[in-house]
Design a protein around this ligand. Structure first.
Ligand SMILES: Nc1ncnc2c1ncn2[C@@H]1O[C@H](COP(=O)(O)OP(=O)(O)OP(=O)(O)O)[C@@H](O)[C@H]1O
Ligand SMILES: [Mg+2]
Length: 230
């Protein structure tokens, strides 16, 4: 059975959409098939061409039900559902269907207060720091803030996703060919964390970091696309 991962949280702009696409791209680079599911009615679907994952449009309740059922029926696939922010009702629904729930947050007190509320509301969810500073002093300050304010949730805190300008490329409607390798590395790293949590082991041939696409993997991704289009 497929695993459903939901990226949710009450605060807007925390990086839910970016993280969802990074995760799927990383899964693809690690040989894992995935589909990134759009639920935000204020956004448009992105072109799947050139991505290492499929994209699905689930902006209506019926479409979401269909996509979740379809992903679940596919063996060894993973569905990553990008929640919308500020929609507690939707977050609760997504939480109820998910095998793993991620709550991205930035290093502001407001984001952290919101993620604490979300961690309380969703006891199975994990918080993941995003857009994390790369400057050493800022990073130290951000880590200290987390230590101070999120100490009781230490066992539900994942490794941060650093600020990386190239992540914007994944959210372009059409992604450019030849994505920069730091982006691939960041995507793989976040995907690995999630695969570990789900206790999924990756094929040894994908264990070594490689920037080039295994052609067989792309072909495998393309095949079940029609199955998701219904
Ligand atoms: N790791 C990152 N490095 C650099 N910029 C990032 C990163 N993650 C997100 N961003 C930027 O932060 C902004 C918000 O990100 P994103 O759209 O993914 O958030 P969101 O939670 O989906 O927002 P919304 O609540 O509007 O749906 C965007 O401009 C995005 O490019
Ligand atoms: Mg979004």
């Amino acid at each position: 059975m497929a695993d459903i991962i939901c990226v949710i949280g009450n605060k807007g702009g925390t990086g839910k959409t970016t993280l969802s696409h990074m995760l799927c791209q990383g899964m693809g680079l690690l040989g894992q098939r995935s589909v990134c599911v759009l639920t935000d009615t204020y956004r448009e679907p992105l072109d799947p061409a050139g991505r290492r994952y499929l994209v699905a449009d689930a902006r209506t309740r019926e479409a979401l039900g269909k996509v979740v059922d379809k992903v679940r029926s596919l063996k060894a696939w993973m569905g990553v559902i990008d929640g919308g922010g500020n929609r507690t009702e939707m977050d609760r629904k997504l939480y109820s269907v998910a095998d793993l729930v991620l709550l991205p947050f930035r290093d502001s007190h407001e984001d952290i207060r919101t993620v604490v509320r979300d961690l309380e509301m969703f006891p199975r969810a994990y918080a993941i720091p995003t857009q994390w500073p790369t400057n050493i002093w800022q990073r130290e300050a951000a880590d200290k803030t987390v230590l101070d304010l999120l100490a009781p949730y230490g066992d539900r805190l994942l490794e941060p996703v650093a600020t990386l300008s190239a992540t914007k490329l994944l959210l372009q409607k059409n992604i450019p060919g030849g994505l920069p390798s730091p982006l691939g590395n960041a995507c793989r790293s976040v995907a690995r964390q999630v695969l570990d949590l789900l206790q999924i082991t990756i094929d040894d041939s994908f264990a070594v970091d490689s920037v080039s696409a295994p052609a067989a993997n792309m072909a495998a991704l393309a095949r079940p696309a029609s199955a998701l289009a219904a």
